[in-house]
Design a protein around this ligand. Structure first.
Ligand code: AMP
Length: 540
């Protein structure tokens, strides 16, 4: 027997239709690539995305075709997202920070037929064009531009395409693909994750909930996290669902620009990776701004250092929601919000609880397993390989036949974590980054969090350096903050009494810069190549 309720597919086009119907005049403010600030509305985003869809169809593109973007977070990018995905095509967000070889690999692997690009990325397009064999249409995100035509005579223009008569949204299967994002691939070639309309809609419902990101039509949301990094954590979709005002930062991601945007646009919620917040906090400190409108921020992508969470709370009255996720999980897997039973905790206990990565929303299940795959207890102590399953978790990578899952249907995240009896998860490390000293594990995340508490340290990474007796020993690689000159012993002294004696780093190496991945994460394998032998060289 089946029930007797309406059965309607869950579609991306529903999100933008809803925003245009119920939040027609709610603004989307956008920093353009030339620096100008523009404003549009949800109604206009819907209208132009349907015109864009018609324009793309006129070029011969149809359902299932991959349409790539190489773009900042701006209003045209938003219209492409809804027009392409809502129209049954696949919006493939490309990360412009990748090395050209990886970029070429990804475009070819996805067999993208069209590519939209911001002016910033024209050199990348022109420089790699002859290797992008599948691309039939290069579409500049702007109006007709002679400079673009001189470099790329075949270029088409977004603003011409949206002059078409608006198309009607097609009714698709909810399992139809809508977007494609490649993992950052620090080892081996990047792999594609092909999201469905259904997985995206369920993820969108979920991230808007009070115990996740707590989104509503009363928020002014600044997604600093790029739309090419795990779909800006799903925020553009969720903003349409709840009718929030969106502020798109474009290319200006430095601390001063973000600070000005937050203060001028009265941003209430901003989202980004820890390196962004370091720059923002430095800018706020220098200018004296209290960022009064900013009530909450979401930190994810890498572990949020406790000192950063404390600074936001104590100096800016801004509550940090620490969140964890992956490209493979759409991306939200957990968010740190408290429960009723925590309301009476004292400030210190509450602060401690808020440090971890939080608990999964309904729709995501977590478990930790040992090296033999046996499930470990959720007691807050046991550490194991973190595995996940749920409605918005990858089942197999794009173009691959084989499953990405364990035989019993779980996805292995590559993270090491503990989970407590209330469901709160704490990431201890990446499996490949954990430091293995004399058979014991040392969390590189814990060591990094202590180093960056020192005002003289701008960025720190802990790695396992080769050791003749212990196999690996912890070493801190650090970048000094401007105007500071901490020395090795001063930093090592921070660890006294904070970690077990055998976990105290053997050395602190200062360097001018630490290379970050295309999604803002420290490239630990590079650091291991560079500094992995430092203890042997020192003759330990
Ligand atoms: P990506 O798919 O590029 O977003 O990378 C996903 C990986 O980023 C995860 O498997 C974690 O290793 C790491 N990650 C994401 N969020 C956090 C967090 N809040 N704390 C620690 N690591 C994180």
């Amino acid at each position: 027997m089946s029930g007797s309720m309406m059965q309607r597919p869950l579609l991306i086009s529903d999100l933008i239709r809803h925003a245009a119907t119920c939040h027609a005049d709610t603004e989307i403010v956008s920093r353009e690539t030339d620096g100008a600030l523009t404003a549009t509305t949800w109604a206009e985003v819907e209208d132009q995305s349907r015109r864009l869809l018609a324009g793309l169809r006129a070029l011969g593109l149809g359902e299932g075709d991959r349409v790539a973007t190489l773009a900042w977070n701006n209003h045209r990018h938003l219209k492409i997202w809804f027009g392409v995905s809502g129209g049954g095509m696949v919006c493939h967000t490309l990360n412009p920070r990748l090395a050209p070889q990886q970029f070429i690999f990804i475009v070819n692997d996805a067999a993208d037929r069209a590519i939209f690009f911001d002016k910033t990325f024209m050199p990348l397009i022109v420089g790699t064009k002859e290797h992008l064999g599948s691309i039939e249409h290069f579409i500049f995100m702007g109006s007709r531009d002679e400079e673009v035509l001189a470099a790329l005579p075949e270029a088409l223009f977004f603003d011409d395409l949206v002059r078409s008569e608006p198309a009607e949204w097609p009714v698709l299967e909810e399992t139809a693909p809508c977007s494609l994002c490649y993992t950052s691939g620090t080892t081996g070639n990047p792999k594609g994750v092909l999201y469905t309309n259904r997985s995206t809609l369920l993820h969108t419902f979920s991230i808007a909930l009070p115990d996740a990101l707590d989104l509503s039509a009363r928020e002014v949301i600044l997604p600093v996290v790029p739309m090419f990094h795990a779909s800006a954590w799903g925020v553009p979709y969720a903003a349409a669902m709840v009718g929030a005002r969106l502020v798109m930062p474009g290319p200006a991601l430095d601390g001063d620009s973000l600070l000005a945007l937050i203060d001028d646009q009265k941003v209430t919620l901003a989202l980004g990776v820890p390196t962004i917040w370091m720059m923002l906090l430095a800018a706020a400190e220098a200018s004296g701004s209290k960022m009064e409108s900013l009530r909450r921020n979401v930190i994810g992508g890498s572990a949020a250092p406790p000192s950063m969470i404390a600074t936001f709370r104590e100096r800016y009255d801004c509550e940090t929601i620490h969140a964890w996720g992956m490209t493979e999980t759409s991306p939200l897997g957990t968010a740190n919000q408290i429960k009723g039973k925590h309301l009476n905790l004292d400030a210190d206990a509450l602060a401690l609880l808020r440090l971890g990565q939080g608990r999964p929303p309904f729709g995501i299940e977590l478990r930790i397993v040992d090296e033999d795959g046996a499930a470990l207890p959720h007691d807050g102590q046991a550490q194991g390989a973190l595995q996940v399953r749920g409605h918005w978790v990858v089942a197999r990578y794009f173009g691959k036949e084989e499953s990405a899952l364990s035989p019993d249907g779980w996805f292995d995240t590559g993270d090491v974590a503990s989970i407590d009896a209330d469901g709160y998860m704490t990431i201890r490390d990446r499996t490949k980054d954990i430091i293995k000293s004399g058979g014991e594990w040392i969390s590189s995340v814990d060591l990094e969090n202590i180093a960056v508490e020192h005002p003289g340290i701008a960025l720190a990474a802990a790695i396992g350096a080769r050791h003749p007796k212990w196999d690996e020993r912890p070493v801190i690689v650090a970048v000094r903050a401007e105007g500071h000159d901490p020395d090795e012993e001063e930093i090592r002294a921070l660890y006294e009494g904070r970690v077990a004696r055998w976990q105290i780093p053997d050395a602190v190496i200062f360097t001018d810069a630490i290379e970050l991945s295309a999604t803002g994460k420290v490239l630990k394998n590079r650091l291991r190549e560079q500094f992995g032998d430092v203890l042997l060289e020192r003759g330990v």
